[in-house]
Design a binder for this molecule. Structure first.
Ligand code: DHE
Length: 515
């Protein structure tokens, strides 16, 4: 988010003399048809600072001038002067004066069903293991590939919404996959046929989406507006819009995840020092009603939101940006918003129970857990330091801090391999992957499967035999490596592949992958 603010400030620092009304008019004439008069997006993506992510103003100018390959975005350099292009780029980094309404009415209006569930085959039209499929998000040209993990081939490839972000989420049986885009679109796709089932725009800027462990509900966490949106997983129709507010202010959502044994969604907030938990089981009512609401215990009354989803609110001593569950799902480990420290919050005791020595905020979904000498350990790279922290999940002490070749984004392991793989892609040595032996807690190997090129995000096949790595460049690929010898088995060309998600590892909540 810091980068977004920085980008916005850089953009605001340069505003040409004739900007203002003229630029707004230029926007209306040139961009509004595709990106919406309100900049909320139409056939093109939303043009808001929150949605532009890490696109730098200079890159935005380049896109306006030259267009974007493989999309309908044409170049304007023959029609606009360099000053006009600069002004337009600066304009789209300015926050909207007022966040438009995006409530039930607008969400409902965006909902569309594309393929009736009755039209889908009852059996997979292929012989491979349907639970060993992978979904690959290709950021380069905004596509998704479904990869057959047995035959190591692409089964389907289809266009996605602009800028999908975060882990794809599966229905508990692995049949359907759900995506969230930064622009708030949630899409449901059939893994067996690659067909789009339904879509809905749940927000203007979305953080992520979680699927309930019983497969009935989706919960979407938004940055714009400050809301959570519950959807019916069958057809994505909206069930409830939950404003995120408390203490007289509203808050952005940091992340929402499912806690399967608790049958609840757990939500971290960016601007309220609280964690919210939404029990969704049919018998959750008595749980909510039976609570002893006591401020001393750090607990506040469940917020009645007028629907089946009611938040249990836990007061915490700091904002929580990132979080991660322990294996029992009773506790969450979180990093504070400024990344300077971490804390452990017990969801049953409803209070902070320990501090964490977790400097340098990790990226969300980056950590893994594994057992060593009968103890559960959690390991995560740091986004800003060249380090991996390994934390004992009983004492909450850091048992090891490994120096890596650079700050990293993602770490992955699997029950069938002793090795945990971490990228160091935020540093200079962006082509290196470091392989940690979970038995010795040492870096055992450093490999460079594509020397000199950006390599990040590892996912294992269902049996752990293959490690699939993203060569995350425009003319990139996924590299399928033998997870024991690190030898390359196959390379499937792709356009800036980012994350990959194996169906079995996700639906079985493998300790080595993100949930
Ligand atoms: Fe992510 C997951 C937030 C930048 C690729 N990232 C997530 C999740 C959140 C998040 C909340 C968890 C979603 C889930 O799985 O339910 N990401 C953020 C940020 O705040 C940050 C630092 C800044 C931002 O712009 O949002 C950020 N993320 C990035 C990137 O620059 C990456 C590398 C490229 C991109 O597409 O933006 C990136 N994020 C990913 C990926 C996951 C992810 C691939 C899923 C990892 C997984 O294995 O589950």
């Amino acid at each position: 988010m810091k980068s977004v603010i920085l980008a916005a400030l850089v953009a605001l620092a340069w505003v040409p003399a004739w900007a203002g009304d003229d630029t707004a008019k230029l926007y209306t004439e040139t961009c509004a048809a595709c990106h919406g008069a309100d900049r909320l997006g139409a056939i093109g993506p939303a043009l808001l600072p929150e949605n532009l992510g890490r696109l730098k103003p200079a890159e935005a100018e380049k896109v306006i001038a030259e267009g974007r390959a493989a999309t309908q975005m044409e170049g304007f350099k023959d029609r606009l002067s360099p000053d006009q292009i600069k002004a337009l780029a600066a304009y789209v980094y300015q926050p909207l004066a007022k966040v438009p309404d995006w409530g039930m009415e607008q969400i409902k209006a965006s909902h569309h069903m594309v393929t009736p569930l009755a039209d889908l085959p009852a059996k997979p039209p292929f012989s491979s293991d349907p639970l060993n499929l992978f979904t690959v998000v290709e950021g380069g040209d905004h596509h998704v590939s479904i990869v057959d993990g047995d035959r190591l081939e692409v089964l389907y490839r289809f266009p996605s919404r602009f800028a999908l972000h975060g882990g794809a989420k599966y229905s508990p049986d692995g049949r359907f996959v759900y995506f969230a885009s930064r622009d708030g679109w949630v899409s449901k796709v059939d893994m067996w046929t690659g067909r789009l089932i339904a879509e809905i725009r749940a927000g203007i800027n979305t953080r992520n989406v979680a699927v309930s462990d019983d497969g009935r509900f989706l919960m979407v966490g938004n940055v714009l507006p400050h809301s959570l949106v519950a959807l019916d997983a069958r057809d994505l129709s909206p069930l409830q819009v939950i404003p995120v507010a408390g203490d007289g202010k509203t808050s952005r959502v940091s992340a929402v995840y499912t806690a399967p044994p608790r049958h609840s969604f757990v939500v971290a907030l960016r601007d309220l020092e609280e964690i919210w938990e939404f029990p969704y089981a049919d018998d959750a009512g008595p749980v909510l009603n039976g609570l002893v609401h006591s401020r001393e215990k750090g607990m506040e009354e469940g917020v009645s939101t007028g629907g089946r989803f009611q938040a249990l609110r836990i007061r915490i001593p700091d904002f929580m940006d990132d979080f991660f569950f322990d294996p029992t799902y009773e506790r969450v480990m979180g990093a504070s918003r400024d990344g300077s420290k971490g804390m452990v919050v017990d969801l049953d005791l409803k209070r902070k129970v320990a501090d964490l020595d977790l400097s340098g905020m990790p990226h969300l979904g980056s950590g893994i857990v594994f057992k060593k000498d009968g103890k559960w350990l959690m390991a995560t790279p740091h986004l800003k330091d060249s380090a991996v922290s390994i934390i004992d999940m009983e004492s909450w002490k850091t048992v090891k801090r490994l120096s890596t070749l650079g700050p990293g984004f993602f770490m992955r392991g699997h029950e069938n391999t002793p090795f945990a793989w971490v990228d160091v892609s935020m540093g200079k040595e962006k082509d290196a992957l470091q392989i940690i032996d979970t038995r010795t807690l040492e870096i055992a190997h450093t490999i460079r499967p594509a020397p000199g090129r950006l390599t990040r995000h590892v996912e294992f096949s269902r049996d752990g035999k293959y490690a699939v790595v993203s060569l995350s460049e425009k003319d990139g690929a996924i590299l399928i490596l033998d997870s024991a010898t690190f030898a390359e088995i196959k390379r499937l060309p792709m356009s800036a592949p980012i994350g990959k998600y194996n169906v079995w590892n996700k639906i079985s909540y493998s300790s080595g992958t993100s949930h």
